[in-house]
Ligand binder design. Structure first.
Ligand SMILES: Nc1ncnc2c1ncn2[C@@H]1O[C@H](COP(=O)(O)OP(=O)(O)OP(=O)(O)O)[C@@H](O)[C@H]1O
Length: 583
């Protein structure tokens, strides 16, 4: 481990206890006060790492800087009881002394907290030993910081604040354990999300499916839509002429101010996407006409058995149907959520024959039931030309090298979009279970509080989307299905899902409740989370638990501006090579 030349001393240990955000229990954080000599050249920033001697020989406790304040001895007891003239004189002297360089009367109080790691001669490892008060505290230099924090051979997602080194992360691993992007509106959530998706498309083999209710991502990822085989799915009806369609598209989408000068070039790019058939209408069946699954079929049969109006003579046949179906599902390993198909026809024939030999009348309920099921499974197989959820799921799961990799679903109606999210996620999960593959798929849910709200309701379909997304977050990893969710208020989110996310990107969260939730989930001091209030647009705190980084160290960083990345491509496009016919 290598250090900056300056050495401080550990002065105080403070233990802070507060109630948890939900008020049900309490949490305790240890905060340390380190005294560093004051110098104008001191290279110390929030997020810097310190090493302090511990009770164990050659073992150092690692601390992260959450805040620092310059202190002058002359002002320690300078309160209102001192006459004003004297106060003014002292303050003037102190103010001058800061500019004259350091002396023994001035120092910096550094507030730092342990992040659960110790350093020994053999490197860094998880652990805690009590540090020795009064003992030396050193600042890790850039090289040691990089070695400890950044992922080797990882993907560059920005610059570490105060260190000026690239922040590299393990993107595939971050994706595996799901990602959350949390910040107040206008802090740069969609910008960061787009920058991450851009890297996922270019440095991993994952497919990306974006549920976009703000209609932003087609523009924010315009170059990627051209670069990769991709699809924009919309429920909007566009004119058949690509030029008119592109004009309508421009009217219904917000073009960021920074790209205003490229309006015409963007329009022509959209026109070329229409011509290439990359913008397609998604057919959404009318409400309530979603397909039957094996599970709902089992339930229908059970309802018949339990129904007091079902004729007594028919009940054993319904029971037989149930048993045969159960047997077939077990033998053929058909999951309950698989869509009902014509494999049930032989069972229907058999039960019908049994009914006839038992002498049931032609107008018996069971015959009507069998006949309506037959027409359901047969009609369902008639191929329709409409591009629907099932066909989209097949394209998403397609493993051919030239199959689409990026899907942007532009969803305008909230209730309908919840149904689409639920049915697509369920369909992809059910199909993946039946035909396993390891190729990763990332679902991106912008404005996640609309789909997995704290308070779900059957009426507005949020119960449907919430249960599908919860399933994806809990079980998706086994099937290489992952999620990136972004929201401006954690408090509005179904809290069950928060524990499933192992990588959080946090910017300004003005409500203390939201910040407390994050500090409790990751065991990070409130003092560090509070620093996110000072972050500027595009600056983020990355916290990860066994996912993005080799060690779980919260890192402040400056994200690249996604708009600069597209602007660069649009500029390069002057040659006309990147975006068809766009000069
Ligand atoms: N990394 C960055 N560097 C520079 N500017 C940025 C960065 N990220 C975002 N911005 C600027 O901030 C503005 C808002 O960003 P963005 O639309 O991504 O925020 P948001 O949090 O998604 O907002 P909303 O919740 O309203 O959708 C952008 O127009 C962009 O100019």
């Amino acid at each position: 481990m290598e250090y900056e030349p300056v050495v401080g001393r550990l002065r105080e240990v403070r233990v802070i206890t507060r109630p948890t955000a939900d008020g049900r229990s309490s949490v305790t954080f240890r905060n340390f006060v380190v005294e560093m000599p004051y110098s104008k050249e001191l290279n110390l920033e929030i997020g810097a790492l310190l090493a302090v001697e511990t009770i164990r020989e050659d073992t150092y406790l690692i601390l992260e800087v959450a805040d620092y304040v310059p202190v002058h001895f002359g002002m320690i007891n300078l309160d209102g009881s001192i006459p004003k003239e004297i106060r003014d004189q002292v303050m003037e002297e102190v103010s001058k002394s800061w500019h004259n360089g350091g002396n023994s009367e001035m120092w910096i109080d550094v507030f730092a907290y342990p992040i659960g790691y110790i350093a020994t001669q053999n490197g860094f490892r998880k652990g805690y030993y009590p540090p020795l008060p009064g003992s030396p505290v050193r600042i890790l230099n850039k090289e040691s910081f990089k070695e400890f924090v950044c992922a080797k051979n990882g993907t560059d997602i920005g610059t570490v604040l105060g260190q000026g080194i690239p922040l590299t992360v393990n993107l595939p691993k971050a994706m595996v354990y799901h990602i959350g992007v949390f910040a107040f509106t206008g802090s740069g959530k969609s910008n960061l999300t787009s920058a991450l998706i851009r890297r996922i498309l270019n440095y991993t083999d994952a497919k990306v499916v974006i549920f976009d209710i703000s209609m932003e991502y087609s523009i924010l990822l315009l170059d990627q839509l051209l670069k990769h085989n991709s699809e924009i799915l919309t429920t909007e009806r566009y004119p058949s002429n690509p030029s008119d369609s592109s004009r309508k598209f421009m009217r219904t989408h917000v073009i960021p101010e920074e790209l205003e000068n490229y309006r015409e070039r963007i329009r022509r790019t959209i026109e070329s996407l229409f011509m290439e058939g990359k913008i397609r209408t998604l057919y959404v069946p009318p409400q309530g006409s979603m397909s039957l699954t094996y599970d709902s079929f089992l339930k229908l049969i059970k309802d018949q058995i339990d129904d007091k109006y079902t004729a007594f003579a028919q009940k054993p046949l319904f029971s037989l149907m149930l048993r045969k179906l159960d047997e077939m599902m077990r033998v053929n390993k058909i999951p309950k959520d698989a869509p009902l198909d014509d494999s049930i026809l032989p069972i229907l024939d058999e039960i019908e024959n049994e009914g006839r030999s038992a002498g049931l009348k032609d107008n018996s309920t069971i015959f009507a039931f069998i006949s309506s099921l037959r027409s359901y499974v047969s009609t369902d197989q008639v191929q329709s030309d409409e591009y629907d959820i099932e066909k989209l799921a097949i394209d998403i799961l397609n493993r051919d090298k030239d199959s689409p990799r990026l899907f942007v679903l532009e969803l305008q109606n909230l209730e309908e979009s919840r149904e689409i999210v639920a049915s697509l996620v369920e369909e992809v999960m059910a199909r993946r279970k039946r035909s396993f593959s390891t190729s990763p798929i990332l679902f991106v849910l912008d404005e996640a509080q609309e789909f997995i709200p704290f308070d779900t309701r059957q009426r507005d379909k949020s119960e449907l989307s919430s249960s599908a997304v919860e399933k994806l977050l809990r079980h998706g990893r086994k099937y290489h299905l992952h999620a990136l969710i972004s929201t401006q208020r954690l408090a509005y989110l179904n809290t069950n899902v928060l524990q499933q996310l192992h990588t959080y990107f946090i910017s300004v969260l003005p409500r203390p409740y939201d910040r407390q939730l994050v500090s409790e989930t990751f065991g990070i001091s409130d003092a560090l989370l509070d620093r996110t209030l000072d972050l500027e647009v595009g600056q983020w705190l990355l916290v990860s638990f066994k996912a993005s980084l080799p060690h779980d160290v919260p890192v402040f960083f400056n994200a690249p501006n996604n708009l600069d990345e597209i602007r660069k491509i649009l500029e390069e496009d002057r040659s006309g090579n990147l975006i068809n016919g766009n000069k």
